[in-house]
Design a protein around this ligand. Structure first.
Ligand SMILES: *Cc1c(COP(=O)(O)O)cnc(C)c1O
Length: 791
């Protein structure tokens, strides 16, 4: 499609979809018209994919995820259908700034962090590979909260409202609606049971086409919105009770109203359980309806249907599928369990006990009475089959969703090599012994279309010039860059692209935050959700210690640094919010020190999201991946940084292990204890006090916080953080501090060998093509789903 043709298509939508002529079109109108013109280009591969799948009677993949952190779609879709240049020219020709049009799109934050972003990268890769697939989730009215900082530096949360404007990508499907019940009673009837729910809502489908690289294939992201069965109570309204009349509607819509902002903690809330059942049950009904339109023999279900549970959030899929097969379609119970299991896969994302979902048995029995019975029967069946086992799904009055997912899945996967081994040795050790073939590893990945080509066009151009076209969907080809890295000319180009990205980021930080930063300084970046295990406090303690040493000894060869933080804390996570508060105040004090200004700046732009990640990562020199070993299941931020030519300072945790193996130990700043050593360390009750006593820098940094230096003299302000470090320090910040400090000084020395730094940065790009989510999805297709690509 030429720029002229696209221009005509935009004008047509401006006129007939937006009802505007060009002279009166706003930025919003232009963005919507461009979105609709691009969406038109996606329809053809979308229909073609559906027809081809139908004609081939292919097995389909159903990816069930409570979260899809998709971010903006327009730039990505334009790139995938190969219209970037035409679109730029067309929009410019119509008198609009192309970047401004792209930036007008809201960032769809239907997820918290890594887990939701993984689901979004998987959608892109499944479409790129021609894997017939549907993503199923919830159409939250409000995505992840918007973060700002108060004048005192504390996090402020406000509701996000991406759906205030109409969502240009989606198609409403009123005909695809299912009644989802809750509560009520169960009556035995012969060999099965009849569940009569007490209340119900409608789940209505909204479809977004997701087009793959080069527009060869498009899958569907189907999100469910909750609606009342009946709009509102006209009788109450007529009697003047306007609020009462609207109450049932409000209650029903509550189910898809907000994304739970909790990251890695289980939420014991009835609404959360209802959300999980709501989208899982609607998806399963949709899946069975589609199956029934092509086949009649339900015992063949698993030859046509692969359902992936992204974490335990959709774990109710096991019992619900059994219920649909047994109660509603008359399949014998044990066969229904076998059939469901043959369809289901479960991805584990965390080992942390507080993050493994457990529901009180009483709540489960109250909200989903029939499912509670089915869970008990599955548990009993498993016990009968393995009489020596001690593990069970229901224990101490709680339903353990991890165990339920494991027992109801034919494959259980971890998300990095280390994590998968820990899954086998810790959380699911006994179940693994009983089912030794069930656990497999599928190391996470990221889509190179968004995270390299889209986010870093300069680097993408250099890659194409050096190794030719076609690396975007064969990212392992980046190894072909390696011979070129020996050329001074290539390294200079690589360094110049990084420098350009840094100038752009420095300008943005200047405009957005009013803080001048030197683009020649090292950009040292830690962006991710705030959590104690991710240890942003280790980073800020080192920052304080560094500032003190620079003041004491200004000429000791410090590498000039801009420390950049980004990330949100769950609103109820007090400790994480205190750490945010501390970082903002440390930044305020350090940035005001004129004597260290040239060497150290700390910036923390608010509201980290996908769009900000796309801006920051290509401009980063140093990637902070400093979690307590054994706690970060994989990480995907770490992969985005390496691909974009940042060096990593990190622990042996999650996929850091694989990154280090690939880029070479000599090209990775390793520090800290291993997962085993962390477990050992915790056996010494006063490990933190000992570490503080042994480290004068750490001691001074903690004491400086306690002196009130960052809190206008208020000595008690950060007691929560410092007391925890001194006494408990479960995440071993203190024990790892000196090792981290030393690694940072190795970073300083490496920074001054600038050409060598660039060489290592380029090696990071060349050697991490393995982290394409295409490779991950090929693994799922071969090992778990048993689905062949259609292109
Ligand atoms: C990649 C990404 C994450 C995950 O980052 P980790 O460092 O792996 O925790 C979280 N949020 C956003 C917006 C991302 O793009």
């Amino acid at each position: 499609m030429s720029a002229t043709e696209l221009r005509d298509a935009i004008l047509k939508h401006l006129e007939y979809s937006q009802g505007k002529d060009l002279a009166h079109a706003s930025l919003y109108d232009m963005r919507m018209a461009l979105t609709l013109a691009i969406r038109d280009k996606v329809i053809e591969p979308w229909f073609r994919a559906t027809r081809a799948t139908y004609a081939a009677q292919s097995k389909r993949v159903y990816y069930l995820s409570m979260e899809f952190l998709i971010g903006r779609l327009l730039e990505d879709a334009i790139m995938n259908v190969g219209l970037t240049e035409s679109a730029r020219e067309a929009v410019l020709g119509l008198g609009f700034d192309f970047e401004a049009v792209l930036n007008d799109e809201p960032d769809a934050a239907l997820g918290n962090g890594g887990l939701g972003r993984l689901a979004a990268c998987f959608l892109d890769s499944m479409s790129t590979l021609g894997c017939p697939a549907y993503g199923y989730g919830i159409r939250y009215e409000h995505g992840l909260f918007r973060q700002s900082f108060g004048p005192d530096g504390r996090q402020i949360e406000t509701a996000e409202d991406w759906l205030r404007q109409s969502h240009g990508w989606e198609f409403e499907r009123p005909e695809a609606a299912f009644r989802i019940g809750f509560g009520g009673t169960v009556a035995e009837s012969g060999r099965s049971a009849v569940w009569t729910p007490e209340s119900a809502v409608m789940a209505k489908a909204y479809d977004t086409p997701i087009v793959g690289w080069q527009g060869k294939w498009a899958n569907t992201l189907r999100l469910w919105g909750a609606e009342p069965l009946r709009a509102f109570d006209l009788n109450a309204f007529n009697k003047g009770d306007f609020t009462g009349a609207a109450a049932p509607e409000a209650l029903a819509r509550t189910i898809s109203r907000v994304l739970y902002p909790d990251d890695t903690t289980a939420q014991g809330k009835e609404l959360r359980l209802k959300q999980e059942f709501f989208f899982t049950a609607a998806s399963l009904r949709d899946i069975l309806r589609r199956f029934a339109s092509e086949h009649s023999d339900l015992s063949a279900l698993s030859s046509r249907v692969a359902i992936q549970m992204n974490d335990t959030h959709p774990a109710i899929a096991g019992p619900e599928l059994v219920r649909l097969l047994h109660d509603e379609r008359g399949m014998e119970f044990d066969k229904a369990v076998e059939t469901a299991r043959a369809c289901l896969g479960y991805t584990n994302h965390t080992l942390m006990p507080e993050a493994l979902e457990r529901w009180p048995e009483t709540l489960m029995a109250q909200v989903l009475p029939r499912h509670m019975q089915i869970i008990e029967r599955i548990d009993a069946g498993h016990a009968r089959q393995y009489p020596s086992r001690t593990v069970s799904i229901v224990e101490n009055g709680e339903v353990k969703m991890g165990e339920l997912s494991f027992i109801m899945a034919n494959k259980v996967n971890g998300v990095s090599a280390l994590h998968t081994e820990l899954v086998k040795d810790t959380v699911f050790a006994e179940l693994h012994a009983l089912h030794p073939d069930r656990i497999v590893n599928e190391t996470n990945g990221v889509t190179p279309r968004r995270w390299v080509k889209g986010a870093n066009p300069g680097l993408a151009g250099l890659i194409t010039e050096t190794i030719g076209e076609g690396w975007e969907d064969h990212l392992e080809r980046l190894v072909e860059l390696e011979p070129a890295i020996g050329d001074q000319g290539f390294r200079d180009r690589f360094a110049a692209i990084k420098a350009e990205n840094k100038v752009a980021l420095a300008n943005w930080i200047g405009t957005e935050m009013g803080i001048p930063v030197n683009p020649d300084a090292m950009f040292d970046v830690q962006i991710k959700r705030f959590h104690e295990y991710k240890r942003q406090h280790l980073n800020i303690l080192e920052t304080i210690a560094l500032w003190q040493e620079i003041r004491a000894n200004p000429d000791a060869g410090w590498a000039p640094r801009v420390k950049i933080f980004g990330g949100k804390a769950a609103p109820g996570y007090v400790m994480a919010k205190e750490i945010i508060h501390l970082i903002n105040n440390v930044a305020r004090i350090i940035n005001a020190d004129k004597t260290t200004r040239e060497l150290l700046t700390v910036v923390y732009p608010p509201n980290y999201n996908v769009t900000m990640a796309e801006r920051l990562i290509p401009a980063s020199d140093l990637s902070e991946q400093i979690s307590t070993a054994g706690k970060e299941a994989s990480g995907t931020g770490n992969m985005k940084f390496s691909l974009n030519g940042a060096l990593t300072i990190g622990t042996l945790d999650g996929a850091n292990v694989e990154i280090r193996d690939l880029v070479g130990a000599e090209n990775f700043f390793l520090f800290g204890m291993t997962a085993d050593e962390v477990v050992e360390c915790r056996k010494t009750p006063d490990h933190a006090a000992r570490a503080i006593a042994q480290s004068k820098r750490l001691k001074a940094a903690i004491e400086m916080i306690e002196s009130g230096a960052f809190s206008h003299g208020d000595k008690a302000m950060y007691r929560g953080v410092t007391q925890n470090l001194r006494t408990h320090d479960y995440f071993t910040v203190c024990a790892d501090f000196d090792s981290y400090w030393d690694a940072q000084r190795r970073v300083d020395r490496a920074w001054f060998q600038r050409d060598d730094w660039t060489r290592i940065a380029a090696l990071n790009t060349a050697r991490t093509g393995w982290f394409s989510s295409d490779r991950t999805i090929k693994g799922y297709m071969a090992d778990i789903w048993k689905v062949a690509p259609m292109i």
